[in-house]
Write a protein that binds this ligand. Structure first.
Ligand code: UTP
Length: 504
């Protein structure tokens, strides 16, 4: 120990703790949050310390509550009409559905080459609480009932392994020299269980060095009028992850950008854990984005009908910038308009599936700016049913209707920072690429049953295309990611007969 650093006496420590507590109380009472301390005197020393340390993470409670009021105003102003147009096809839109085989193969080749050079990284967004699904474990651990019983995490990791193999074969690079690191964004509620699951399963075959966990931020939940923090218990407030837009701050705060640079990663694929069909680090998408020198690109699927509840990638005609409109913001008239080029299609049909490409140089330049001001990443409010401790009655309540507000940032709010000519929008086939797990079993849409069905339909179609036979029209076969990443390499099935539940 340095000579001039004296160990503090027990009394001195108590004085410091008490001063900190008094200051905390003062800050919160001044912000109108005195109710948080109603049970303070009944708490043990340990309980007080953990509560104080949670409360001290919010630097300025009054400023946070004023941000909440801003967010409430902002969310209602979004409904005000802006002028939207579809993104201009000639500048920034392509479609894997309409594109020639030759172009697709050029994109694929380029993407695979970048993967073989270890210039690609993957961000998996797995910080959400999956409240609609209702599982207590993180969504990625969910088994939707495939014959193999594999979880979403396992399917995704095995796709990465397969892609490394394909890249190493195509470009004659030893596979141990092909690094395709997976950066997993978790949050306080999902981190421990996710990390333990990966450890238990030996990272599903990925090298430990190429699996990097980092946490996104957390924000307090508040009452419906945005004026009071909610207690989760006598000695804690309710918190929730700061939304998928928390990604940018999390990349910065956890020095993940530095890690990209250290590993010479130039291109990022970011996606959501809950899409069972996701083509992780899709070489076609990486190649498309890299060849076109996009700063950000996004995959979209066709909106199915005017009433489908999906956000849309559009052009803000006032600013000539790409942006997303939520389904609640689009008028009935706009949502029903047909494409003059093809009246079978909706004019506004680019449905957002939160599946992005990022150029690392652009991210590194922009993130400090994006996270420095709410102008780029405002808070949005989400009205939710929030379990809370009622300080008046002293009872924990589990409301049946929304009783509070969670604060979230949206990942796409930074899209208007991208020049239109540097923004790519790639339409992909829904049945090939998008089937999200959102709702509880039995709910009929975006639920475990639909994910299972869509996954098995896709693999069975691959087999049929290669000339396999099935014993019944409803037969569904599972193709393992280690057998095929995207339907390639299945020539061996030609003429063979498959039965329901078979796994290849
Ligand atoms: P959703 O917005 O569907 O949220 O997330 P969710 O947490 O999965 O489900 P609900 O709304 O509570 O029912 C879409 C994707 O974004 C990630 C999720 O993990 C999922 O991959 N996400 C969401 C985060 O990583 N962090 C967040 O704060 C929110």
């Amino acid at each position: 120990m340095l000579p001039f650093v004296r160990r503090k006496s027990y009394i001195e420590l108590l004085v410091i703790i008490n001063m900190t507590e008094s200051f905390l109380k003062y800050k919160y009472e001044k912000a109108g949050q005195g109710h948080l301390f109603k049970y303070w005197d009944t708490l043990s020393e340990d309980e007080r310390q953990s509560f104080a340390s949670q409360l001290s993470t919010i630097q300025d409670p009054a400023a946070f509550l004023s941000d909440v009021q801003e967010a409430i105003k902002y969310s209602s102003s979004l409904a005000e009409s802006k002028i939207y147009k579809p993104l201009p096809t000639s500048i920034c839109c392509s479609s894997t559905i309409d594109e020639s085989k030759k172009t697709l193969s050029i994109w694929h080749h380029e993407g695979l080459k970048l993967i073989s050079q270890s210039k690609v990284g993957i961000i998996l967004m797995a910080g959400g609480q999956g409240t609609r699904l209702g599982s207590s474990a993180p969504k990625g651990m969910y088994n939707v009932g495939l014959p193999s019983g594999k979880s979403l995490f396992q399917l995704q990791c095995e796709r990465i392994l397969k892609l490394r193999q394909l890249a190493s074969e195509e470009f004659s690079v030893p596979s141990h020299n092909v690094h395709l690191p997976l950066y997993i964004m978790t949050s306080k509620p999902t981190r421990a269980a996710t990390e333990m699951f990966f450890t238990k399963h030996h990272n599903f075959g990925l090298e430990p060095n190429d699996v990097i966990f980092f946490n996104q931020g957390i924000l307090p939940a508040v009452s419906m009028d945005g004026k009071q923090f909610l207690l989760g218990s006598k000695n804690s407030i309710v918190e929730s992850p700061d939304g998928n837009g928390g990604l940018y701050k999390a990349l910065h705060d956890n020095k993940i950008l530095d890690d990209f640079h250290k590993r010479s990663i130039e291109h990022i694929h970011a996606y959501c854990v809950d899409n069972i069909l996701v083509k992780v680090a899709d070489p076609v998408f990486i190649g498309y984005s890299a060849i076109n020198k996009y700063d950000i690109a996004t995959k979209v699927v066709r909106k199915q009908d005017p009433s489908e509840k999906v956000g849309l990638i559009v052009l803000d005609a006032n600013t000539n910038a790409p942006c997303v409109i939520e389904y609640s913001e689009i008028s009935k008239e706009l949502s029903e308009m047909k494409d003059p080029q093809d009246p079978n299609l909706l004019m506004f049909r680019a449905a957002n599936i939160v599946n992005h490409y990022y150029n690392v140089k652009f991210l590194s330049e922009m993130i400090p700016k994006w996270i420095s001001s709410r102008k780029y990443l405002p808070y949005h409010i989400a009205k939710k049913k929030i379990k809370y401790f009622d300080y008046v009655t002293g009872v924990t309540k589990n409301p049946e209707t929304p009783n509070g507000v969670k604060m979230e940032q949206f990942i796409f709010d930074v899209f208007p920072s991208v020049k239109l000519s540097r923004f790519g929008c790639l339409e992909v086939q829904r049945s090939d690429e998008f089937s999200p797990l959102k709702n509880a079993p039995g709910s009929g849409s975006s639920c475990p049953e639909t994910c299972r069905l869509e996954f098995l339909k896709r693999s069975t179609n691959w087999l049929l295309k290669w000339g396999a036979q099935v014993d019944h029209k409803d037969t569904l076969v599972e193709v393992d990611p280690s057998t095929s990443y995207d339907g390639e390499g299945l020539q061996f099935v030609k003429g063979k007969l498959y039965h329901d539940g078979d796994i290849l």
